[in-house]
Design a protein around this ligand. Structure first.
Ligand SMILES: NC(=O)c1ccc[n+]([C@@H]2O[C@H](COP(=O)([O-])OP(=O)(O)OC[C@H]3O[C@@H](n4cnc5c(N)ncnc54)[C@H](OP(=O)(O)O)[C@@H]3O)[C@@H](O)[C@H]2O)c1
Ligand code: SF4
Ligand code: SF4
Length: 383
C-alpha cells in the first residue's frame, strides 16, 4: 500500500480508502439484492481485510445502505480495528431543520460507530442551496464547538455542485479536507481538476470519490476502449488505469472506492501497492486523454443537465431520460438503463408523456431537438 501525508495534519494515510456505500449484500429468496440488506458477515470480513492489508481510512454516511452502513462499520471496527483507521462520516443537511439536530445526528454517528470521536466529519453533499441552509443554521459554530470538545477531529465537506460554489465554500472556513467526485471522465465536472488544484493551493486536502464512476469505468467496457487501453506498452485493467491516473496527482490525498466483493477489494489493494504520485509517462497520460475522448464521442445527446427545461408541464423527466440514453451508449449497460427507463414509464415521467408543446426547446441553452430525441430514446428502450 502506498501512503502519503494527510496534508499538514501530521499523520500519513493510505492512498486507497474504503468507501462503505457498496458493501456486499444478502441474496434475497427471489435471487435479487436489497440495498439496505447488507450481508453483515461478508461486509465485516471485507472491512477488516482492508484494514489488515494496510487501509487506514474508511468512509461512511448517515444514509448509506438505508442507514445500515454506519452500524455495520461500527461492528467491524470493534476488537481493536477502530484504533487502526481514520473514520469519516457525514452530517446530512437534508435531515437538519434546527441547531439541535446537529448534535442529535452526531450522537447517532458516535453510537452507531461505537466510538467517542469522528476523525473526519463531513457536511454531506454540499451544493449552493444546502451550503446556505447549513451556514444559516450555524453549522460552522457547531463544527468548531465539536472540535473543542474532542468529538470531531477534522471538519470537512463533500461536494456536488459547480466550481464557483466550490471555491466559495473552500474560502469560507478552515476546512481540513474536502471530498469531490473525480475520475478520468469528470475532469471538468463539478469541482473537477480546477477545484482539486484550488483546494490544494489553499492547503485543504482532497479525498476523491467515485474514481470508477460507481463501477462503470471497470465493468462492461466497450471493445474499442479496451483496445485503446491495450495500445499502451504498460498493460493495466481499466480500473487500474482509472486508479493510477488519480494516484498520479500529488494533490489527491485519498482515493475512496467501494468494493462489493472481497475479490474486487483484493484487486484494488494490489493496484495500490504500486500506484504512486508522478509515475505515469507522457505516453500513458495521452492514452488516458484518448480514452476520455472516445467516451465523450459516445454521448448521444449533448444535454448538460442544466435543468432549464424543467419542470415539463407533462411531467417528462427530460435530463434524466437523456442521462440514461448517454450512459447506455458510453458504458454498454442496456439492461440496467432500460430498467431505470421503465421505472420512469411507470411513474408517468417517460418520453411518451410528451405532448410536443415546445416549451423545453425554446429555453434549452444547447438548442437540442428535445422532442425528436425523446421519441428516439423511447423507441430505443422499447426495443
Ligand atoms: N459524499 C458523497 O456525496 C458521496 C457520493 C458518492 C460516494 N461517496 C463515497 O465515496 C466512496 C467511493 O465511491 P464509489 O463507491 O462510487 O467508488 P467507485 O470506485 O467509483 O465505485 C465502486 C464500484 O466500482 C466497482 N469496483 C470497485 N473496485 C473494483 C475492482 N477492483 N474491479 C472491478 N470493479 C470494481 C464495484 O462495482 P459493482 O459493485 O457494480 O461491481 C464497486 O461497487 C463511496 O463508497 C462512498 O463512501 C460519497
Ligand atoms: S415539448 Fe414535450 S418534453 Fe418538452 S416541455 Fe413540452 S411536453 Fe415537455
Ligand atoms: S435545457 Fe437542454 S441541456 Fe438543459 S437539461 Fe434540458 S435538455 Fe438538457
Amino acid at each position: 500500500m502506498q501512503y502519503v501525508p494527510f496534508g499538514n495534519l501530521g499523520f500519513e494515510v493510505s492512498r486507497f480508502g474504503l468507501g462503505c456505500m457498496r458493501l456486499p449484500l444478502k441474496i434475497q429468496p427471489d435471487g435479487t439484492t436489497k440495498e439496505s440488506d447488507i450481508d453483515e458477515e461478508r461486509a465485516i470480513e471485507l472491512i477488516r481485510y482492508a484494514i489488515d492489508n494496510g487501509v487506514t481510512y474508511v468512509d461512511t454516511a448517515n444514509g448509506y445502505h438505508g442507514g445500515n452502513s454506519k452500524f455495520v462499520l461500527g461492528k467491524a471496527l470493534t476488537g481493536g480495528y477502530r484504533q487502526k483507521v481514520k473514520v469519516a462520516t457525514k452530517l446530512p443537511p437534508w435531515s437538519v431543520t434546527q441547531y439541535s439536530d446537529f448534535e442529535n445526528l452526531l450522537q447517532t454517528h458516535l453510537e452507531a460507530l461505537q466510538t467517542d470521536h469522528i476523525d473526519f466529519y463531513l457536511v454531506h453533499g454540499l451544493d449552493k442551496k444546502s451550503w446556505k441552509k447549513m451556514k444559516d443554521l450555524g453549522v460552522l459554530k457547531f463544527l468548531d464547538d465539536c472540535v473543542a470538545k474532542g468529538k470531531i477531529r477534522y471538519p470537512s465537506f463533500s461536494f456536488h455542485d459547480d466550481l464557483e460554489t466550490f471555491k466559495e465554500i473552500i474560502d469560507s472556513y478552515h476546512w481540513a479536507m474536502c471530498q469531490i467526485q473525480l475520475n478520468i471522465l469528470d475532469v471538468n465536472w463539478q469541482a473537477g481538476l480546477e477545484g482539486l488544484r484550488y483546494a490544494a493551493s489553499k492547503g485543504i486536502s482532497v479525498v476523491v470519490m467515485e474514481p470508477l464512476k460507481g463501477g462503470k469505468l471497470a465493468n462492461n467496457i466497450p471493445g474499442d476502449i479496451l483496445a485503446k487501453w491495450d495500445e499502451s506498452p504498460v498493460k493495466r485493467s481499466p480500473q487500474s488505469w482509472a486508479f493510477h491516473w488519480l494516484a498520479d496527482m500529488p494533490e489527491v490525498t485519498v482515493i475512496l472506492s467501494g468494493s462489493s466483493t472481497l475479490e474486487q477489494l483484493k484487486d484494488s489493494l494490489e493496484i495500490f501497492r504500486t500506484a504512486g504520485a508522478k509515475h505515469l509517462s507522457k505516453e500513458e497520460l495521452t492514452i488516458v486523454d484518448e480514452v476520455r475522448k472516445m467516451y465523450q464521442s459516445k454521448i448521444k445527446v449533448g444535454c448538460t443537465a442544466c435543468n432549464y427545461c424543467m419542470p415539463c408541464p407533462s411531467g417528462v423527466s427530460i435530463p434524466d431520460i437523456f442521462k440514461l440514453y448517454n450512459e447506455e451508449s458510453m458504458y454498454n449497460i442496456y439492461k440496467s438503463t432500460q430498467a431505470s427507463y421503465m421505472k420512469l414509464v411507470d411513474k408517468e415521467n417517460a418520453a411518451d408523456r410528451c405532448v410536443e408543446c415546445g416549451n423545453c426547446e425554446s429555453v434549452c441553452p444547447q438548442s437540442l431537438p428535445i422532442i425528436e430525441k425523446l421519441k428516439e430514446v423511447h423507441g430505443f428502450f422499447n426495443k
